[in-house]
Design a protein around this ligand. Structure first.
Ligand SMILES: [Zn+2]
Length: 101
């Protein structure tokens, strides 16, 4: 097992979890992806689609904000990478434009 750290999308503090050597991380988001199921860090998350992380920060000065964020693994179906049903862009903080047709 190795400890891998992830940056909280809210405050940027790092939170570490134990991972197996092989990593297929897709992204870290504030919201869960559609179609992904998330395990707690206390569960057997290597078999899940992702992990629900709580921003605890590390033991030093880097104190976490306590909010929940989501680490999503890459999923494969029939040998192809599965895309979220909602495009990833929609999860990010960027303006959305609705064009009238
Ligand atoms: Zn945070």
């Amino acid at each position: 097992m190795v400890e891998v750290t992830y940056h909280c999308p809210y405050c940027g503090a790092v939170t570490g979890i134990e991972r197996e050597g092989y990593l297929a991380d897709r992204c870290v988001t504030k919201e869960p992806l559609d179609g992904w199921t998330y395990a707690d860090t206390t569960d057997d998350y290597e078999d899940a689609d992702g992990v629900e992380l709580i921003c605890i920060g590390d033991a030093g000065d880097d104190e976490g904000c306590g909010r929940t964020f989501y680490l999503s693994f890459v999923r494969y179906r029939a040998g192809r990478e599965v895309d979220p049903e909602v495009p990833l862009e929609d999860y990010e903080d960027r303006p959305r434009f609705d064009f009238l047709s």
